[in-house]
Write a protein that binds this ligand. Sequence first.
Ligand code: AVI
Length: 321
Amino acid sequence: MTATPLPTIPAAPVDSVFLRDVIRGLGAGHKSLPCKYFYDAVGSRLFDRICALEEYYPTRAELDLLTLHGTEIADVAGPGVTLVEYGSGSSVKTGLLLDRFREPAVYVPVDISREHLLASAHRLARRYPDLPVLPVCADFTGPFELPVEAGTGRRVVYFSGSTIGNFSPGEAVRLLAGMARLAGPEGGLLIALDLKKDRAILEPAYNDRLGVTATFNLNLLARINRELRANFALDRFRHLAVYNEECGRIEMLLISLEAQRVRVGGRTFSFEAGETICTEHSHKYSPTDVHALAGKAGLNVRHFWTDSRGLFSVAWMSRAE
Ligand code: AVI
């Protein structure tokens, strides 16, 4: 008996922008990969686990800060504001603000990941049935418009999680300037930034004992294998995060354990033993650095809050007169 031939399943299409970015990064003198590609479904789940790790202090510190200073932050923001959130933050953090803001008029979450955006918009809409929630699916590193329904009230742009630290200082300035344009002359920016501190606290936060951050980092190679038909052998790379004190940033690395070649999208990349791929920078700021950063974007820091242990900060910035 002859078996019925199985239908051929077309291969999943390759995302050409992702492929271009990977080829560019691996082809550079110092190999790197953009950290934005960490967050596929697997990576997003791993990141949620990172946030709950004992060593990863930023999430708890930010929640502590918002609990401690939320009422004052709400007073500074004022009544009836349009809250625009860059990146759909966890509804816990956003809720801590919305619970304290006086009669917020509208909540506008902005995110490039449609699934993430809709999930967080639904959560918030269920929790605040009287608050119009207007999700905007957009890449916030470029220009985008708010829906007309967002109204003309005072705008507050919120960027939580110290995600601004994953941008280079130059990119961070451009991002802040874009936020300031969106907020308008009467608006304000609420920006979370992780603070500089001893490497004895910083490095364990990115090299946790359970190895969740290592799995998160290596998932980037697994994602490239899955989506770009590459052949990275995950056991031939290891994760390491180091604090570069001079540059004030954590550098997340994948280290090649041996000399090897890897195929990606029809190209071959050679690795020497010990060669690194830099997958993320996480910049840390001193209070002085925060003022300097704001100044370069034409902004002033009007308020600066920290958590009870002084690990993490939230700055209120508005246009310099
Ligand atoms: C999203 N971002 C602020 C995290 C950070 O701390 O830079 C990403 C991360 N990478 C490893 N652990 C957490």
